[in-house]
Design a protein around this ligand. Structure first.
Ligand code: BV8
Ligand code: ZN
Length: 245
């Protein structure tokens, strides 16, 4: 029998719909630095919040493009970890499961999760900063950032920068998934970035049991009905093992 709280297991077993919200912590065990981690190497002198903005891109498009190119390359060399894979298994094992992620690394999809609500976009997608046209491919050589094939504008990563609105469809799907679940899992997020950070409270207001999976306390800890003070790669496989019994 797992060392998980029995009433959490009972709630999971009885749940018709489970919703999970993941943050950068879920990818930490894949070697992808979180936003709270100190940046390394060339990027050590920058704060992510200062680079992930339209004003940073306007000020220095080459710097911002190169930061995302470095992250894209790092993520491509990373592998999904047991936490990502356990979430893909939960999607198969549970009668109803919705995965919402703040991450832009695509590791949930590479681990086999079929339905992923990407609140903040994806490193793998690129679009034109000026006309918004998607850019499925771009030349590795040539100007940095690469230029849009349609209007000649500068390309940018298709992620949501601070001060930008989240994709409306993704955000409304996430609100609905928070409002209609019996268990809401908060995994690997510091719970600081809005509007994602309001989803757990919304779920609780609609009667869901709130579970935090994080080695560290966060502003969400006080709200949680259950706290698994552990890395996602250790805690999530225990949930899937229990459900497979
Ligand atoms: C919006 C994509 C309105 C880009 C991201 C003042 C000025 C401007 C805006 C604001 C402001 N004050 C507040 C705001 C709103 C702002 C905001 O919330 N700011 C914060 C900093 C206060 N939000 C926005 O700007 C949003 N947009 O509000 O628009 C609007 C409306 C209509 C029209 C126009 C505008 C946009 C927010 C999205 C920003 N983009 N990412 C990119 O990736 O480069 S956010 C980015 O940071 C991530 O996606 C993520 O969401 C966030 C980091 O959070 P976490 O994922 O939680 O990661 P973090 O590192 O913080 O924590 C990791 C956790 O994991 C830790 O707790 C750690 O303990 C844990 N952990 C570590 N190891 C493990 C682990 N857990 C489990 N297992 C482990 N092994
Ligand atoms: Zn364009």
């Amino acid at each position: 029998m797992s060392d998980l709280p029995p009433d959490l297991l009972a709630r999971l077993r009885a749940a018709r719909q489970v919703t999970a919200l993941t943050g950068a912590g879920v990818s930490a065990e894949s070697g992808v630095p979180t936003f709270r981690d100190a940046q390394t190497g060339l990027w050590a002198q920058y704060q992510p919040e200062d680079l992930a903005t339209t004003s940073a891109f306007r000020r220095d498009p080459e710097l911002v493009w190169n930061w995302y190119a470095w992250r894209r390359d790092l993520v491509r060399r990373a592998e999904p970890n047991p936490g990502h894979r356990a979430l893909a298994q939960l999607e198969k094992a549970l009668p109803g499961f919705t995965l919402i992620t703040q991450n832009v690394d695509g590791l949930h999809q590479r681990a086999g999760s079929r339905t992923v609500i990407e609140l903040h976009g994806s490193l793998e997608r690129v679009k034109c900063f000026d006309c918004g046209a998607p850019a499925p491919a771009w030349p590795e050589a040539g100007p940095v950032p690469p230029r849009c094939g349609r209007c000649g504008g500068r390309l940018r990563p298709d992620v949501v920068w601070f001060g930008e609105a989240l994709p409306p469809a993704a955000l409304s799907a996430a609100w609905a998934a928070a409002q209609h679940c019996q268990v809401f899992l908060c995994i690997g997020t510091s719970g600081l970035v809005e509007p994602a950070a309001s989803l757990p409270g919304e779920a609780r207001r609609h009667g869901a049991a709130l579970v935090e999976i994080n080695p560290q306390p966060t502003p969400l800890s006080a709200l949680a009905d259950f706290v698994l003070r552990a890395p996602a790669g250790a805690a999530l496989p225990k949930l899937t093992a229990f459900l497979a019994e």
